[in-house]
Design a protein around this ligand. Structure first.
Ligand code: SAH
Length: 343
């Protein structure tokens, strides 16, 4: 049985719908630590829920803490099939916390600069396994009496979220309803899977959370070299998609970001900045987020031109930010999440 809610419905046949709501509320509540303590349910129901449904989908293997105590990374194991994932908790600029969730075990996209790609793809995560990364960190903050609330969620851990469309969509719905984290505080980052990007345009059930597309180059050839999922004509297809997205949702313009990992000598020259600026200008008001490369042991190196690159783009009237690197001392930064299959 894949989903806790389905298990609940099997165990509690014909339960009124408010019971299902209470079940989900209990999982996200600060008050309860297990099904036994969910006092709104009759005792025998609590016992059967506790016996049959996992309260937490993950077992903790390690927690790594950055020296600055502003980033934590957890290695979590599934008791079901023993797979491991990583999830990260980062302090954000406002002193609150952002949870970075994984959506798959490993990743099939094989972006050449990303460590996760090297471990290959094992399986998709279920909705409950995604939301339990957030629940895990919520409990962690409480247990350690660490101050601050979790206010943001980013789908930037292991995996390609849009390659696990349904489960990611269910997890978004669950966060919005039960974690009370708003649409503008959740970001799904994608390699740019156009079939799925097109699907969400026509999907009334897809919540209008923020989207970040990993562009990494506005030059077709460079992008293809970096990302094997790219192809001749990708940039034009992405452009057409973005046009449709803005037409359908004019108010969501600010919800679209292009991520750009700046790689020394690869995509950080003036010519690359010009191509990126042109691409963004043609689209109108998009946001660009430059990511300084985080070491992953490959043949890349970081760029000394990040500031100059930013200032060129800015001069063209485009909103461009540089992502703060978090958790580099615990390999918890973008693209550094990798689990040894044997660990
Ligand atoms: N599969 C999703 C999520 C990936 S992680 C996606 O492709 O968007 C979030 C961001 O970190 C992506 O933009 C990804 O390309 C970037 N990234 C991957 N490896 C990196 C590295 N070594 N240094 C900096 N950013 C990296």
């Amino acid at each position: 049985m894949k989903h806790r809610v389905d298990q609940f419905e099997l165990l509690w046949k014909n339960a009124p719908s408010f019971r299902k709501k209470q079940f989900l509320e209990a999982l996200f509540s600060e008050t309860f630590l297990d099904f036994q303590s969910v006092s709104v349910f009759p005792k025998e129901k609590r016992e059967s829920l506790a016996e049959n449904i996992p309260w937490m989908m993950w077992k903790k293997k390690y927690i790594f803490s950055a020296k600055a105590k502003d980033t934590y990374k957890a290695l979590l194991v599934s008791p079901d099939d023993g797979v491991s994932i990583e999830t990260v908790l980062m302090k954000n600029a406002r002193g609150h916390w952002t949870v970075c969730v994984s959506s798959q075990v490993g990743c099939a996209m094989k972006c050449s600069f990303c460590a996760t790609g090297t471990m290959g793809f094992s399986r998709n995560l279920f909705c409950d396994e995604i939301v339990d990364q957030y629940r895990f960190w919520k409990l962690f903050l409480r247990e350690k009496s660490i101050e601050g609330e979790i206010t943001n969620i980013v789908y930037m851990g292991m995996g390609e979220p849009l390659a696990n469309y349904e489960e990611v969509r269910s997890s978004l719905q669950m966060f919005l309803e039960y974690a009370e984290i708003g649409l503008t505080r959740i970001t799904v980052s994608t390699v740019g899977m156009l079939p799925a990007l097109n699907r969400l345009l026509e999907d009334p059930l897809w919540p209008s959370v923020r989207l970040a597309v990993s562009l990494h180059s506005a030059d077709e050839k460079t992008r293809k070299n970096l990302m094997p999922t790219s192809y001749d004509g990708f940039l034009e297809d992405l452009f057409m998609w973005a046009k449709k997205y803005f037409l359908l949702y004019p108010e969501r313009r600010r919800h679209l970001t292009f991520e750009y990992v700046v790689l020394g000598g690869v995509n950080d020259t003036k010519e690359h900045a010009e191509k990126l600026a042109l691409f963004a200008q043609r689209l109108g008001k998009v946001r660009i987020n430059l990511i300084p490369w985080n070491a992953t042991g490959g043949h890349f190196h970081s760029s000394v031109n990040v500031e100059a690159f930013q200032s060129y783009i800015k001069k063209q009237g485009i909103v461009v930010t540089i992502r703060r690197a978090m958790g580099a001392d615990i390999s918890g930064a973008c693209g550094q999440l990798v689990v040894d299959k044997k660990s």
